[in-house]
Ligand binder design. Sequence first.
Ligand code: ATP
Ligand code: LTN
Length: 337
Amino acid sequence: MENETVKKQVVFSAIQPSGTITLGNYLGAIRNWVRMQDDYHCLYALADLHTITVRQDPAVMRQNILNAYASVMACGIDVDKAPFFIQSHNPNHSQIAWILDCYTQFGELSRMTQFKDKSLRHADNINAGLFTYPALMAGDILLYQADKVPVGADQKQHIELTRDIAMRFNQLYGNVFRIPEGFIPKDGARVMSLQNPTAKMSKSDENINGCVLLTDPDTVILKKFRRAVTDSEMKVRYAPGKDGINNLMSIYSAVTGLSFEQIERDFDGKGYGDFKTAVGEAVIAELSPIRKRYEELLKDRGYIEECYSKSDAFAYRLSSRTIDKAMKKIGFILPKK
Ligand code: ATP
Ligand code: LTN
């Protein structure tokens, strides 16, 4: 009874359809999206507007959007509890992004590590969108008055900036935006590449062996773990400098719930080969049912359309309240409804 009177907090997060969803995206973000569905008012988005900061092939992009939508659903999102919409279907996102651009400083955007990384990787196309990307992301979150934003550790800096923008706006105009907090998991917040364990596992990594995809068949997952780069010590223990083993232990701990001490005890006297196989099998146990649901969902385009259409409408209604309020406070005259 007491619980019913406590207002549920709002959760918002999004993922870019920039390629096939990875084990990193799942452990760092989507697994928490699913876990939070019952205890919060959750709302999730496919951040397709963000993906055009990097040049996309139109046909591939269309396919990526549908595939990413189906993948996230397959992880266990129930759109009746947690609407999952497509960002570009709600024009309030582009609208708020422009507004927030005017409340975000050049210096702040210049300090974003993701901007620095991506401009190095795409030196031939350092466009204005890549630079102002964090203001679009801030708008996504602030439109829904979110309290919590479940993301991986790499997004922490963007969430901090979102808070700063919201506080700056509120200071000028009163209480328009709720100040959100990042919600970063204890394990799995930063899954590293299996081939280069000092770099983040990423959808857009060229080295396909470093990256475990949600769509990889079981045999491929096992092969990728067996080939994972490790050190020459041959002892399963978590220690500075053992990036490869530390990453495998973090993944194993995130999927089995075992502590590092327990893992060290269980693999005492065993080699890396046994450990890599165990990690691969534990990941297969987690991902294989998701892949099967994903394959089923992809066959039902009508159902996918139904899910995003009702989510789009919900997101539009909810976000219109915030955008109207923000625009009025700034001094715009709203159109007659
Ligand atoms: P891209 O390679 O296109 O930059 P990405 O794989 O980094 O994409 P995003 O769509 O930017 O994925 O991120 C979606 C969510 O997944 C975010 O919450 C992000 O923090 C999380 N995430 C991404 N990579 C990892 C990772 N290696 N470990 C943990 N979480 C991650
Ligand atoms: N920038 C994010 C994706 C994203 C996002 C958001 C995450 C776009 N809008 C709003 C949380 C909240 C990324 O993961 N690279």
